[in-house]
Design a protein around this ligand. Structure first.
Ligand SMILES: NC(=O)c1ccc[n+]([C@@H]2O[C@H](COP(=O)([O-])OP(=O)(O)OC[C@H]3O[C@@H](n4cnc5c(N)ncnc54)[C@H](O)[C@@H]3O)[C@@H](O)[C@H]2O)c1
Length: 445
């Protein structure tokens, strides 16, 4: 039965088709059947001809031109738009002072909700500001260095454990998006992404470095190792602030960088002197062995505003004593000599060294040589001519003479100090006066 129905249906469709073919003038809507033309693959001349016909190629070229013009102009056009947090440098290394893990990645997940970048290449990628770490940046020298770097337009991250550093030294930068302060001890590793590392973290005055000598040597050895390791890992340039103490009680005068020193390896000052000598060794080995770009500064006595008031260093001692109307303490016979460099001169020298192409070591100091008694006289002239001098027994291992030969820095860094002791002292005195006054007020005096 079903076979019969199928045959009938087939028959009727065949009949239907035959009728249409026989009657071309029929008004039936179905078009007449025509077999599909077999397309032959186009030959090359035909394709070229196709492109040139009806100015097709011209339209394609104009399209390419418009497209490329847009992509070339697009970055500069974005300058005209509203300020973009990405390009204004809001991508600070860390948004949380105590969270060093998030600070390791400027684009970390925690930062993304606050600074969601728009989906295009950041405009500043080719000319972004430099990001610089200053360890010990809340200390005396470090805070002046930070001022200079911020003023120059860099992003600065200060790492400090506040052993001798103070928040007050950098408080004027709080709120500046280009400044960050991380409480961290350099004896522990830290991961940051920066271009340059100024490694200053280390107590510098005998009172402070002798307070915990084991910690001092740890800071010098493990702290320097950690920061050199960081420099190696991220390809940053590394500057070590070493000291004239590496010359010990020198047998050569003035001291050139080629002098190897005369240092007591087991004395009470060795934690500092030998610590810095080891730090220099580490820096040179990372340079030779791992290709780290290092710079070594050997700093001579430096003074200026923000020095610790009672740190036992001779300039701060004399100035504080004269302001407090106390006798100026001279150790030994007062004929031992020192040279005194104003802090802004030192900071200029450190920056010149970091930016230059020479590893060093370089002596950075003021070659003007004063005995302790001469220094006491200058302090008296500047602050209180009636101040008395009091002599006390000298401390162990106090070097007799110290004066830098700065020929190398003059020639290769084009640097030399500009500020004399008589010019520099008054600049420091006003800062000391106000701090001593505040201290007295706090004590209710
Ligand atoms: N001022 C000078 O006359 C002089 C001379 C020679 C060398 N230097 C060197 O210059 C650098 C700065 O000296 P300064 O006079 O500013 O001394 P400073 O004591 O004022 O500053 C040192 C800073 O390092 C910080 N610090 C110490 N140990 C640390 C640690 N383990 N982790 C993190 N931070 C730590 C301190 O809190 C402080 O802020 C030091 O390396 C010092 O050896 C200074």
């Amino acid at each position: 039965m079903s076979t019969t129905i199928k045959q009938l249906h087939k028959q009727s469709s065949v009949n239907h088709r035959t009728r249409d073919e026989e009657n071309p003038g029929s008004h039936h809507s179905t078009p007449p059947y025509s077999p599909k033309v077999i397309k032959h693959p186009r030959s090359l001349p035909r394709s070229i001809h196709y492109c040139f016909r009806e100015q097709r190629l011209l339209f394609v070229l104009v399209g390419i031109l418009i497209g490329s013009t847009f992509f070339i102009l697009q970055p500069s056009l974005s300058h005209l738009g509203p300020p973009d947090p990405v390009t204004r440098g809001s991508f600070s290394v860390s948004s949380n002072l105590s969270d060093s893990s998030s600070s390791s990645n400027p684009f970390s997940a925690t930062d993304q909700p606050r600074y969601r970048p728009v989906a295009r290449v950041p405009v500043q990628i080719g000319k972004r500001r430099r990001r610089i770490v200053v360890t010990g940046g809340a200390g005396f020298v470090g805070s002046h260095l930070v001022d200079k770097l911020i003023a120059r337009g860099d992003d600065v991250i200060v790492i400090d454990n506040f052993f001798t550093g103070r928040r007050e030294n950098v408080v004027h930068h709080f709120g500046n998006p280009r400044f960050e302060l991380i409480r961290h001890d350099v004896v522990e590793p830290i991961l940051l992404e920066v271009d340059q590392i100024y490694h200053l973290a280390c107590p510098a005055s005998p009172v402070h470095y002798k307070y915990n000598p084991i910690k001092t040597i740890k800071t010098n050895v493990m702290g320097t190792l950690n920061m050199l390791g960081l420099a190696k890992r991220i390809g940053a340039r590394f500057l070590l602030t070493s000291t004239s103490e590496v010359y010990g009680d020198p047998l050569e005068h003035p001291q050139k960088e080629t002098y190897w020193g005369h240092v007591n390896p087991i004395g009470v000052r060795s934690c500092y002197d030998e610590g810095k000598r080891t730090a220099e060794t580490l820096a040179m080995d990372y340079h030779r062995g791992a290709g780290v770009e290092v710079r070594i500064a050997r700093i001579f006595n430096t003074y200026g505003p923000r020095m610790c008031l009672d740190d036992g260093r001779v300039v701060s001692n004399f100035v504080a004593q004269a302001i407090r109307k106390q006798p100026l303490t001279v150790y030994g016979d007062g004929l031992q000599t020192r040279s005194f460099q104003y802090v802004s001169d030192l900071v200029d020298g450190l920056v010149a060294l970091m930016e230059g192409e020479h590893v060093g070591p370089f002596n950075l100091g003021n070659p003007g040589e004063f005995t302790m008694l001469e220094l006491a006289e200058v302090v008296k002239e500047t602050i209180d001519p009636s101040a008395r001098i009091e002599f006390k027994a000298n401390t162990a291992d106090d070097p007799h003479k110290r004066k830098p030969d700065i020929t190398k820095a003059k020639e290769l860094l084009n640097w030399e100090p500009k500020i004399s002791l008589r010019e520099g002292l008054p600049r420091m005195v006003s800062n000391f006066r106000s701090r001593i006054l505040n201290e007295d007020e706090d004590k209710g005096l």
